[in-house]
Design a protein around this ligand. Structure first.
Ligand SMILES: Cc1ncc(COP(=O)(O)O)c(C=O)c1O
Length: 432
C-alpha cells in the first residue's frame, strides 16, 4: 500500500481535526530518523511534537515494553496495585523538584492538567484560575478554558469554564507593553498583581504556566520571570502549577523547564516525553495537596497502565545513562548559534529563541512591523520535507518554525537539517 492510497483512506474515514496532515506515511523510526512507506528517509526535527526525546524505538525501551506486554498489559491501576506503576510513581518523586511527591497517572497532557486543576481547587477550596496569554494546556473543554489563544479556544465549541483570568505573556519579541528586556523591569510578571486585584474575585486556586510556552511559539520567559510571579502568588496564597508537558524530560537542556528559573512549583504536570511515545501522563503534587482528593474524586481507566509505566521507567534509565538533558543543552546551544548566524543573512528570520532543543524561529515579512510570514513558513516546512527534513510549525501567529528533534540527534544529522533549513530559507526568500 502506497502513500496516496493510505491518505485517501484516512481522509474518508478519520476526523482529521487539526490541520492538513503532512503528505507522508511514516512506517518506521530509529533515533532521529523516520522512514516512510516509499522507503524515503527523513531527519525528524519534530519528534512527534516533542515526544520521542530518547529517539524513536530506543532498543532498551522497546525491550522493556516487550517484556511487560508478555506479563501484564492492563489491570486498572486505580483498582489494583501493580509493580511498574508503583515503581514509576516513586521514580518521579525522586526526579521532580523538591517537595513533589504524590502522583496521579493519566494518558495525555490534557488529562494531567485536568487533574492539576481539580486538585488545586479541592485543596484550596477556591475555584478561580489564572493562566497566561498565548498559553496552551490541551484540547478538553477544561484545558481549553485555561488556554490563552482564541485560535484554539474557538467560539463555536464553547462555552468554556468561567472564573479564568489571563496574565500577560512574557513574549519579549512581541512584548504586550512594547517594552524591551531588561529595561522593562519584568512588567509582564509584575502585572500579575493587577490581574489578581482587578480580573478575579480573589478566590484564585492556582496559576498554571508552561516554563517555556510551546504551542504559543516556543517562548522562554526571561530568567527572573518565575521568581517575581512566585512572590506575588505567595502574597495571595495562590498555588503554582507548572505544565511541563512539552518542556519536561530534558527537552530544555535540564530535566525540567522550571529548573532554569530557580522556583519550586506546588503541582507539576508532564506527558509527551515521559514514556518515549507510549501514551502516559502524570500530575505530581506536594503530598498535602495530593492527599486532598477523597475516594471517588478522580480516576482514569487506562491511567498508569503497566506497559506505559515500564516504558517510562526504561526511558528514565536511558536519560541517566545517556545524559540526555546534557546532550540537549549542548546541541541546543550549537543549534541556536547556527540559527542566529543565519539571521544575519536571511531577512525572513525575525527572532531565534529557545532553551536546549526546544527552539523556535519566528519568520516575519518585515522587521519593523513584524508581519507574520505565515505562507512562507508553510512553504519552508514543505520544501524541507521534500529535502528529507521534518520541521514543526506553530506559534500564536502561525509563523514559528519549531526545532524539537529527539535529544539523541547526532551532530551530523543536526548539521544536515540546519543546512537544509537554510537552503529552503534562500529558496522562499528568492521567490518572494
Ligand atoms: C504545554 C502543553 N500542555 C498540554 C498539552 C496537551 O497534551 P496532549 O495533547 O497530550 O493532551 C500540550 C500539547 O501540545 C502542551 O504542549
Amino acid at each position: 500500500m502506497k502513500t496516496r492510497e493510505i491518505i485517501e483512506r484516512d481522509e474518508r474515514y478519520r476526523i482529521l481535526s487539526f490541520t492538513r496532515l503532512e503528505p507522508i506515511v511514516i512506517t518506521e523510526g530509529r533515533g532521529a530518523i523516520v522512514r516512510d512507506v516509499e522507503g524515503r528517509e527523513y531527519i525528524d526535527c519534530y519528534a512527534g511534537i516533542a515526544v520521542v526525546n530518547a529517539g524513536h524505538c530506543h532498543p532498551k525501551i522497546v525491550e522493556a515494553v516487550k517484556s511487560q506486554v508478555e506479563r501484564l498489559i492492563h489491570c486498572c491501576s486505580y483498582v489494583y496495585h501493580n509493580i511498574p506503576t508503583a515503581e514509576l510513581a516513586e521514580r518521579l518523586a525522586e526526579v521532580t523538584p523538591r517537595g513533589l511527591q504524590k502522583v496521579f497517572f493519566g494518558n495525555s497532557g490534557a488529562e494531567a492538567n485536568e487533574c492539576a486543576v481539580k486538585l488545586a481547587r479541592k485543596y484550596t477550596k477556591r475555584h478561580e484560575l489564572i493562566a497566561l496569554e498565548c498559553s496552551f494546556h490541551g484540547r478538553t473543554l477544561g484545558t481549553l478554558s485555561i488556554t490563552g489563544q482564541s485560535r484554539r479556544r474557538r467560539y463555536d465549541m464553547g462555552p468554556y469554564l468561567s472564573g479564568v483570568a489571563f496574565a500577560p505573556v512574557p513574549y519579549c519579541y512581541r512584548c504586550p507593553f512594547g517594552q524591551v528586556y531588561p529595561e522593562c523591569d519584568l512588567l509582564c510578571a509584575r502585572r500579575l498583581r493587577d490581574v489578581v486585584e482587578y480580573h478575579t474575585s480573589k478566590c484564585v486556586a492556582a496559576l498554571i504556566a508552561e516554563p517555556v510556552l510551546g504551542e504559543g511559539g516556543i517562548i522562554p520567559p526571561p530568567p527572573e520571570y518565575f521568581k517575581v510571579v512566585r512572590e506575588i502568588l505567595e502574597e495571595y496564597g495562590i498555588l503554582l502549577i507548572v505544565d511541563e508537558v512539552q518542556s519536561g524530560f530534558g527537552r530544555t537542556g535540564k530535566m525540567w523547564g522550571i529548573d532554569h528559573y530557580g522556583v519550586e512549583p506546588d503541582i507539576m504536570t508532564m506527558g509527551k516525553g515521559i514514556a518515549a511515545g507510549m501514551p502516559l501522563s502524570a500530575c505530581i503534587a506536594r503530598p498535602e495537596i495530593g492527599d486532598a482528593f477523597e475516594p471517588g474524586d478522580h480516576l482514569s481507566t487506562f491511567g498508569g497502565n503497566p506497559v506505559c509505566c515500564a516504558a517510562a521507567l526504561a526511558n528514565l534509565q536511558v536519560f541517566e545513562e545517556e545524559k540526555l538533558p546534557e546532550q540537549a543543552a549542548e546541541k541546543g546551544e550549537y543549534t541556536l548559534k547556527r540559527l542566529r548566524e543565519m539571521m544575519e543573512e536571511h531577512p525572513l528570520i525575525g527572532d531565534v529563541r529557545g532553551l536546549g532543543l526546544m527552539i523556535g524561529v519566528e519568520l516575519v515579512r518585515d522587521h519593523d512591523k513584524k508581519t507574520p510570514a505565515v505562507e512562507e513558513a508553510k512553504r519552508i516546512r514543505a520544501e524541507a520535507r521534500e529535502r528529507g527534513v521534518l520541521l514543526g510549525l506553530g506559534g500564536v501567529k502561525g509563523c514559528t518554525i519549531r526545532f524539537q528533534p529527539p535529544l539523541v540527534i547526532t551532530r551530523e544529522q543536526l548539521d544536515k537539517a540546519l543546512t537544509v533549513f537554510e537552503e529552503t530559507l534562500s529558496i522562499v526568500e528568492k521567490r518572494g
